[in-house]
Design a protein around this ligand. Structure first.
Ligand code: SAM
Ligand code: TMP
Length: 400
């Protein structure tokens, strides 16, 4: 973003597009790229070394559906209710969401009768949102899109985004677009996974093609300032293993909260802006790979059945980095209809419906969707009661 030098501090090797599930009879060549992460020694922004073309990730049949999680449905309902009571409480407000997916957040905004527009290039997800009456522009948000939206709908009182801004390499174009689209006192609120939590908990599988940036308060502050915006608030939130909700406004429009400076100081103290500190993650990742592969091999050698739970994007990093194929994990079950009958990217594990999990239960379940552990373990109590065990691999390999 600033033209500084990138210092590589993590390398997860050759990886596929994380949500590019394949038909078993597909003969097309699979796309792979080198998944390595670097730190900008000037502005401290953490980003991938290689960029995957956006059309390979966010395409018409992009399979991720936000609403598969009841916990996330409640989370976004709360977010929308809070925003309706604050930023959207004036006369005829207008809200834009970048990366609205199946409408998990805009549903509540729409039900309140508030003018809105979702922008998301993944057409089939957009169609799910549209079917409930939500307005969606099926396109990539960038500066040109923002200008067109402003021309047609007027300025936005709120631009919201969750788990999407870090996915967009052309952040300069996005932020310039945001600055052009915002009403004078409007705000841009976005939440994204936090590098601090990834480092603390060795959440190395949060590193995959889509997560091009691993954001910090300091780096967001620097990018915003460079592109004509101001970071006015930041708060940690307990979703997806640890995220931050950032509030950005036009310069001088809002009084910055003390939380911004406090979080920036805390990041400096723990070294989130230093490659030597970030590099400590690499040793932990290697230990996890050794321990996980050893455990899976021992279990199979002892005749135990192991099944994966949650065909997450994260699981692409874990399975490809550790070389987990069908000799170690029979299949992966997932609630998302669009993934059923397909093979996981790179390692080609079959994806089956959740019903396959209990038919019959395996001895062990490798929980790839660990960020939804509470929800999944609560709904799969019968598995545990009849003797099944969960395998988790972050912050280290353990069985519960
Ligand atoms: N906001 C939802 C959530 O938090 O669950 C969806 C997150 S999903 C991981 C990322 C979404 O961002 C996808 O639906 C994808 O199509 C969309 N996306 C990717 N690049 C985008 C862009 N430039 N503009 C708008 N949406 C984008
Ligand atoms: P995520 O960690 O990126 O949100 O992906 C979660 C994946 O796990 C997604 O493919 C849906 C799946 N899933 C289930 O199969 N069952 C569940 O109960 C939940 C919450 C998610």
């Amino acid at each position: 973003m600033c033209g500084g030098t990138l210092k590589k501090w993590c390398d997860l090797g050759r990886q596929p597009v994380s949500q590019s599930f394949r038909a078993p009879d597909s003969t097309t060549e699979e796309f792979f790229f080198d998944l390595a992460v670097g730190l900008c020694t000037s502005c401290t922004l953490v980003q991938h070394v290689a960029e995957v073309p956006r059309e390979l990730m966010f395409r018409d049949n992009y399979p991720y559906r936000s609403s598969e999680s009841a916990f996330m449905r409640r989370h976004f309902e709360q977010v929308a209710s809070d925003l309706l009571a604050t930023e959207l409480s004036g006369p005829d407000p207008f809200a834009v969401e970048i990366g609205c997916n199946d409408g998990i957040m805009l549903r509540t905004i729409n039900e309140a009768g508030v003018r809105h527009l979702g922008v998301d290039p993944s057409l089939q997800a957009a169609e799910v949102a549209r079917a409930t009456g939500i307005r969606v522009l099926a396109d990539f948000f960038e500066e040109a899109t923002a200008l067109a939206v402003r021309q047609e709908h007027g300025p936005a009182d709120l631009i919201y985004s969750a788990n999407t801004i870090s996915h967009i390499p052309y952040l300069d174009s996005v932020f310039r677009g945001v600055a052009a689209l915002l009403a004078p006192n409007g705000v841009f609120v976005f939440e994204d996974r936090y590098l601090g939590d990834i480092l603390d908990n060795a959440y190395f599988d949060q590193i995959y093609d889509e997560h091009f940036y691993l954001l910090t308060v300091r780096s967001v502050q620097a990018v915003a300032a460079r592109l004509g915006l101001e970071l006015v608030h930041a708060e940690r939130i307990p979703v997806h293993g640890g995220s931050i909700r950032y509030t950005v406004a036009l310069p001088g429009a809002r009084v910055p909260s003390p939380a911004v400076a406090e979080l920036v100081a805390a990041e400096r103290d723990r070294g989130l802006d230093r490659a030597e500190q970030l590099e400590t993650l690499s040793t932990r990742i290697e230990e996890i790979r050794t321990d996980l592969v050893r455990l899976l091999r021992d279990l199979r050698a002892n005749g135990k059945r192991v099944v994966g739970y949650g065909a997450t994007a994260k699981s692409a990093t874990v399975t490809n980095y550790c070389g987990i194929d069908q000799s170690l994990v029979e299949f992966v079950c997932d609630s998302t209809k669009g993934k059923h009958g397909l093979l996981t990217p790179g390692m080609h594990l079959p994806v089956r419906p959740i019903e396959a999990f209990s038919d019959p239960y395996p001895d062990y379940a490798l929980l790839f969707a660990w960020n939804h552990a509470a929800e999944i373990m609560a709904k799969e109590q019968a598995f545990r009661e009849q003797g099944g065990r969960w395998i988790l691999y972050v912050p280290k390999v353990h069985v519960v």
